[in-house]
Design a protein around this ligand. Structure first.
Ligand code: ADP
Ligand code: MG
Length: 697
């Protein structure tokens, strides 16, 4: 008897050969995979169109008539098969670009039949490519919508066409009662008026009508959201009972004095809110694991500093880690400046810290002399030991892997609280699924007085205009970034581009009136710092750089960013880059230079950038364009593999399932009640087995 884990080679009409091909092309290997190979769309065969009523924007249509002509046409080596189709209202063309002799002989001439497919208008005549043909006498009455599955040249080459999938799924439907057990408690199904699981699988492939399809889809979406939330809830529950942390309930002198006397500005409401969340977490005897999301420039550094002061008040040490030397240096500069009058010492540890200094830092950390350390990955080295590390903050998380986070945990007997800060604003549900073990805080408000950055799209023909604009801005005392793309496949080529750009710009902005400096990945850390410093203090008006400057760098007087070949950048990267300007009081500009010809996707990216400064909106468009799996880099993709659930549009379902799961776990944390047995069994089998979901302890 079949079950969900049965290999598809044992299904009627497949066999080992075809099973292998299907597995290779579609990644489908079990009955369950096949069941969740959901149709892309559906054909309504209850309706018959007339040729005279056709239009190009119709979905696939059904027509009734006869094929009156069929001939092979060759142009050079390429052959195609062309036919005429006639119904009571007119005539149209049929065409096959791929066909076999056998297939050609099967096509009946002058016989009543049905054809299905998508029509396009060509030379004023409608034409259908590769129509699906059904002879009238053999045709059963259609009472259901017909599923259309994703197809490809490769599949068709092996004759794995729509008919094949439709028939295979139809055969499978007969087995449905043996295959599918309900996995949701019956009270939920009743309350939410959900379709049963069995009916949902049936109706997602062969819905009777649109309502049945919608009900099936709703059920399957809910199920995905529900089990995702369950795993999330269980993980949190597990964490709460198993992850001890040092409680830090005190708000003491360091925090209060700084807050009252040295805070250079009033915190935004969002900063206050987030700080409160962190305070509350720190006070508990449970390890904090919090993700702090805030758009570029929203003021995450200050939140980090205040959290470190709280920790200090409770007698513990903190460290703040950044992904690059430049950034670590910058945090160090900003924070030591802020703490200058307080007597609290801060030190910087990076790969280029001198040996002697390093030794002193190591000693001071161990003795507890040093309470705030700022650094790069160098902080993770085993030789770096703390007396009592209470909080580790990681800036710009997407450059830090999970393994590195784990290393931090081990730096203290009782693991330190962890705060991860990211400027890649991602929709909350996506954040939850990526960092499923983290709580999420969001700074959703910018400091007041910030001017919106004006963003414009310019092309090669506008270059002189753009340069003149830059000259005017420089005359007003501003500084300018020119950014060149860096794509790993062709580092040398990019380097060449950068050098040419540098020369061109130096020529256009000549010494001594202007001064241009350069920053790129091939420079040594010390050289990079020097170049950055040179620009930051205003010695150069222009900086020509690669994306090295993408993250975090802060030069408030730089108010124009020109991004070359902007079509080669991803959306979130463009947004990060743009965040380097708009940091001072002046009106800032971002100019996106592109070639004349753009793909639809790059046009959409550029347009989005010109229309909005809102990082969350941008990340949503990004997610639409690239799919959630890609957003945070390939190493983490695959974590979100929803088949039906759409993280952007199904917010309501996601929220509802979250509330329901919370209620269930509150009442029955181990899922031991009779009504939850099927739920638990399913969860344990499906999710725990895959080893990426929360534990039931
Ligand atoms: P990001 O979140 O991108 O790391 P930063 O922490 O670098 O942002 O802050 C950007 C700038 O905004 C800094 O110059 C900082 O001093 C300033 N800033 C932060 N919070 C406030 C505030 N509440 N009011 C005014 N300026 C602020
Ligand atoms: Mg920052």
């Amino acid at each position: 008897m079949l079950n969900l884990d049965t290999s598809i080679e044992f299904l009627k009409g497949i066999g080992s050969e075809r099973a292998k091909i299907i597995r290779n092309i579609l990644g489908i290997s079990t009955v369950e995979d096949l069941l969740t190979f959901y149709p892309l769309r559906y054909l309504d065969k209850s309706k018959i169109y007339l040729i005279k009523n056709l239009s190009e924007d119709l979905p696939d249509v059904q027509l009734k008539g006869r094929i009156t002509e069929l001939q092979e046409i060759s142009s050079g080596k390429i052959k195609r098969l062309s036919g005429k189709f006639q119904d009571e209202s007119g005539t149209m063309d049929l065409v096959w670009f791929r066909y076999s002799k056998w297939m050609k002989e099967q096509i009946p001439i002058n016989k009543e039949l049905f054809i299905f497919g998508k029509v396009t208008l060509f030379n004023n005549t409608f034409s259908m490519a590769h129509p699906e043909i059904e002879i009238e006498e053999k045709k059963e009455a259609e009472t259901r919508l017909k599923p259309i599955y994703s197809s490809s040249e490769k599949l068709l080459k092996w004759n794995l066409n729509q008919k094949f999938f439709q028939q295979t799924l139809k055969n499978l439907m007969a087995e449905m009662p043996n295959l599918i057990n309900e996995n949701l408690p019956s009270y939920l199904i009743d309350d939410l008026k959900l379709m049963s699981r069995q009916a949902a699988y049936f109706n997602i492939h062969f819905p009777k009508n649109l309502e049945h399809f919608e009900a099936a889809e709703r059920r399957l979406k809910f199920e995905e959201a529900f089990f995702f939330q369950l795993s999330y809830g269980l993980k949190k529950q597990y964490h709460k009972t198993n992850s001890i942390g040092n409680p830090m309930p005190k708000v003491g002198e360091n925090f209060n004095t700084f807050y009252k006397e040295y805070l250079p500005f009033e915190l935004t409401g969002a900063q206050k809110k987030v700080l409160k969340e962190i305070k509350k977490d720190l006070a508990k005897p449970i390890q904090m694991n919090r993700l702090l999301q805030g758009d570029v420039g929203s003021g995450k550094t200050m939140v980090a500093l205040l959290a470190m002061l709280l920790v200090l008040d409770n007698g513990f040490q903190s460290c703040l880690m950044a992904p690059t030397e430049i950034l670590a240096q910058q945090h160090f500069n900003v924070i030591s400046e802020l703490l200058k009058e307080t007597g609290i010492t801060v030190k910087l540890l990076t790969g280029s810290t001198k040996k002697a200094t390093r030794k002193i830092i190591h000693d001071d950390l161990l003795s507890g002399e040093l309470s705030i350390l700022i650094g790069t990955h160098a902080v993770l080295e085993d030789i770096v030991q703390f007396k009592n590390l209470g909080l580790a903050i990681i800036d710009e998380q997407h450059r830090f892997g999970v393994a590195q986070r784990a290393k931090l945990w081990a730096k203290n007997k009782i693991p330190p609280h962890i705060l991860i800060m990211t400027a890649t604003p991602i929709p909350r549900t996506l954040a939850m699924s990526f960092y499923s073990d983290l709580e999420v805080s969001v700074i959703d408000e910018m400091p007041i007085g910030r001017k919106e950055i004006i963003t414009a799209h310019r092309r090669e023909k506008d270059r002189a205009f753009v340069y003149n604009f830059c000259k005017d801005e420089i005359k007003k005392g501003r500084q300018i970034y020119f950014v060149y793309p860096l794509i790993e496949e062709s580092e040398t080529l990019d380097y060449k581009n950068l050098m040419e750009g540098f020369e061109r710009i130096s020529e256009y902005f000549p010494n001594p009136d202007f001064n241009t400096t350069m920053l790129h990945g091939k420079m040594k850390p010390a050289e990079k710092d020097a170049a950055m410093q040179y620009f930051a203090v205003g010695n150069a008006n222009l900086m020509v750089a690669t994306t090295v400057i993408e993250v975090g760098v802060n030069v408030p007087n730089a108010s124009v960013m020109v991004i070359e070949s902007a079509e080669r950048f991803g959306l979130s990267q463009l947004h990060q880059l743009r965040g380097r300007v708009g940091r001072g009081a002046e009106q800032s500009y971002c100019i996106l230079m592109t070639t004349d010809k753009l793909t639809n996707e790059s046009r959409k990216r550029i347009k989005t950038m010109c229309e909005t400064n809102d990082g969350f909106k941008i990340s949503e468009v990004d997610m639409e364009l690239r799919g959630p799996g890609d957003i945070l880099g390939t190493q983490q993709s695959g974590v979100v593999d929803f088949k039906k659930l759409d993280l952007i549009n199904d917010g309501k379902i996601i929220k509802a399932s979250k509330d329901i799961v919370e209620k269930i776990l509150k009442k029955d944390p181990q899922l031991n009640e009779a009504s939850h047995i099927s739920l638990k069994n399913f969860y344990v089998k499906q999710y725990k087995a895959k080893n990426k979901w929360g534990k039931i302890s």
